[in-house]
Write a protein that binds this ligand. Structure first.
Ligand code: MLT
Length: 397
């Protein structure tokens, strides 16, 4: 008899953002004239910047002739991109990461979801609560039930602290945080790195939102911490950095010498394993996409992508100010595209109320875990006109 993977019965039948999309669709069907403003899923709205468009057009032309035509790309991603990443994202910031430690992919969500395949079914996982659902769901799908929740609360500034009692082999950390918009200081991340090294544990660090950091001194990478190379893998994405949610590109850093252990206690290097996994199941981001990503690192690309992020940050500032003037407590927004709003009530009810009465889509905090109950997440990704309109509609409620 054909058996299914019964672990799928242990997760919610629909992914959080799919569930929201269904509710929005149903509302739209019932109210065809409603002008819906989407501040739910963190999907960018501003066009790709000119430097990226120009590079991608040129890459299309390369594919049009025999001389510069590209078929399958190199297994880790093109060297032209990996070398720029290593230089601009790490070495220029004083961080020792080599181009050979970078594997280009089609985005951080896939890498965050797939990385767990490298580890035994019995490894113990710890995640923040609230949390980006991908970390939890992918581990449950793989048969891991032992997932410790690290409360991220107002009291700890949404950054959990490692304790000697914590019994985990892998900890997922995401800063700037999705969903709370909180950032972690170097000292807070260093405490996790020290804990991981002392316990032969691994940090999976999701830095998808690092480009939104504006506060000086806030770390952009886990590798800014001492000795992080021996205990951390980092995920980066061009989705929010450069507007690639539809284009799809990201990368994962697996430092040389980073190990986990076999059942006999022998160290096994993770970088060759991840390369093996990716080359077996994935053929890389397209040449055109990687040329677009490379353009992010040109002086024009850096200035233009920064300007777009500044634009979203200003959206966040305007919404935060408006919500605070209405008496709501709001976290995030300054170094992150997300606002985490204490609505002091059921988060799905608040979501439905905003959708039905204001035609504004948000994300209910409960979708990110138990500790998200009582909150909604508002994303800053939209046009200025829509953000101002959403503010007016919320104020009018
Ligand atoms: C979010 O809204 O949390 C993200 O856009 C989802 C994602 O990146 O997969």
């Amino acid at each position: 008899m054909l058996h299914v993977n019964e672990n799928y019965a242990k997760i919610k039948p629909t992914y959080l953002f799919a569930e929201i999309a269904h509710r929005v669709e149903a509302h739209k069907k019932a109210n065809p004239d409603a002008k819906i403003i989407r501040l739910g899923i963190g999907d960018v709205t501003e066009p790709l910047c000119p430097a990226i468009i120009e590079a991608m057009h040129k890459a299309v032309d390369d594919e049009a002739g025999r001389t510069n035509f590209h078929g399958y790309g190199p297994e880790q991603g093109y060297a032209f991109l990996r070398e720029k990443i290593a230089k601009v994202d790490f070495q220029d910031r004083g961080i020792r990461i080599d181009a050979n430690e970078i594997l280009v992919s089609d985005g951080a969500k896939c890498d965050c979801g797939n990385i767990q395949e490298l580890f035994g079914e019995d490894v113990k996982i710890a995640v923040g609560d609230p949390v980006y659902p991908v970390y939890v769901d992918t581990n449950i799908m793989a048969g891991r039930q032992d997932i410790a929740l690290l409360p991220c609360t107002k009291e700890n500034g949404y950054v959990p602290v490692p304790t000697p009692e914590l019994d985990a082999d892998i900890v997922y950390l995401c800063y700037p945080n999705n969903p709370t918009g909180a950032v972690a200081t170097l000292e807070q991340l260093q405490a996790w790195v020290d804990w991981a090294n002392a316990n032969k544990a691994l940090i999976l660090f999701d830095a998808a939102y690092e480009a939104f950091i504006r506060t000086p001194g806030i770390p952009h990478s886990i590798y800014e911490c001492k000795n992080a190379r021996t205990c951390a893998i980092e995920f980066r994405s061009y989705s929010k950095t450069a507007g690639f949610t539809g284009i799809r590109c990201g990368y994962t850093v697996v430092p040389k010498g980073l190990v986990a252990y076999d059942q006999a206690g022998n160290p096994v290097e993770l970088r060759p394993m991840w390369t093996r996994r990716q080359t077996t199941k994935f053929n890389g981001a397209s040449y055109i996409t990687q040329r677009g990503a490379e353009a992010v690192y040109s002086p024009e690309g850096q200035a233009q992508t920064k300007a777009t992020i500044d634009f979203y940050l200003e959206n966040g500032r305007l919404m935060k100010e408006a919500l605070q003037s209405l008496g709501y407590q709001v976290t995030g927004g300054g170094d992150s595209p997300y606002l985490w709003v204490d609505v002091k009530g059921d988060s799905w009810e608040f979501f439905d109320m905003l959708l039905k009465k204001a035609n504004v889509v948000t994300t209910p905090g409960a979708g990110f875990g138990k500790a998200g109950e009582g909150y909604i997440r508002i994303s800053s990704f939209n046009s200025r006109a829509n953000v101002l309109e959403a503010i007016e509609r919320i104020k009018a409620l």
